[in-house]
Design a protein around this ligand. Structure first.
Ligand code: GLU
Length: 295
């Protein structure tokens, strides 16, 4: 039984990531369970050279440690292939060679911030046919599929996966395994029973629960950590100065000063400098803010 830190080495560690990892660390250390490190480097076209080393170094600077060997998703392709084969064997996978533009045209207009829902166009097409482009593989979501869970911070959540997400991608046309599949396969293989991640991934959880069920696994508990927004309440612009942990390091801030600021914004402390280890005995999940917090 364990928790995990799962950074993507596609950019620098930003304050949102740091704040999520602080909560994941406090949760695991409070429960006395191991905290594993998984580097989510699957989306190779987006992985940045040197980003992993910088993220790990930033975490150490913040005073956040983890247990055991680091696992990289790029070494796990055989496990994802095996999971795909299992899902395929029970009729849950089909190839799709629709283009983005086609999907956007046929899908109902998404509301702001919503992803386009795939309407299942390729479900009934013959499995072998001349491909118009290298096909993606999609998960066939059952009609009426409802997934519910109680989030550790946000409370009861429920989603109609066939309507909210539709048949989602398991492997892209370029051969890259989708985040949804990789995360589920790895969380099950690593014995992760407590997932702490950013609230921007809340809408992915129902899809992951449907996959876990199809693979015969036991769902973990979830806690979706508050997003960190700018002082004006707007989403942090990726390139703005002060958004990344590195900016604060370069400005001469100490790790305990930044942890103090984050803990203060999260409602966990008065904002004075504090190390994660000093914060631990005072950690109380009930005090965590639910909404977005201002950096
Ligand atoms: N690697 C993902 C991210 O950096 C987190 C995935 C997860 O925790 O499920 O946003």
């Amino acid at each position: 039984m364990s928790g995990r830190l799962a950074p993507s080495p596609t950019g620098a560690l930003h304050l949102g990531g740091a704040s999520t990892f602080l909560i994941a660390w406090l949760e695991a250390r409070t429960r006395g369970v191991p905290l594993r490190m998984r580097v989510e480097d699957l989306d190779t076209p987006r992985v940045l050279g040197g980003a992993e080393a910088r993220i790990l170094d930033d975490l150490a600077w913040l005073g956040l440690d983890w247990d055991g060997e680091l696992l990289r998703q790029s070494t796990r392709r055989a496990a994802y292939e095996a999971a795909l084969a299992r899902l395929d064997a029970v009729g849950k996978v089909y190839p799709c060679d629709c283009s983005r533009a086609e999907i956007a045209r046929i899908a109902s207009a998404p509301h702001e911030g919503e992803e386009v829902r795939y309407p299942g166009t390729c479900r009934d097409r013959p499995r072998s046919r001349p491909w118009r482009r290298p096909p993606a593989l999609r998960f066939a979501v059952d009609e009426g599929c409802v997934e519910s869970f109680v989030d550790g911070l946000l409370g009861p959540q429920t989603s109609r996966v066939d309507l909210d997400a539709g048949d989602f991608v398991l492997r892209r046309g370029d051969g890259v395994f989708a985040y949804q599949l990789a995360v589920v396969v790895d969380d099950l293989a690593m014995g992760i029973d407590h997932v702490v991640r950013g609230a921007d991934l809340l809408s992915s959880t129902a899809r992951q629960l449907a996959l876990i069920r199809a693979l015969g696994g036991h769902p973990p508990e979830y806690l979706h950590a508050p997003l960190v927004v700018g002082a004006d309440g707007a989403r942090l612009a990726k390139r703005a100065r002060g958004v990344c942990v590195r900016d604060h390091r370069d400005d001469g801030l100490r790790g305990d000063e930044l942890v103090g600021k984050l803990a203060g914004a999260l409602g966990l402390s008065d904002g004075d400098p504090i190390t994660p280890r000093e914060l631990l005995p005072r950690y109380d999940r009930a005090r965590l803010r639910r909404g977005p917090v201002r950096a």
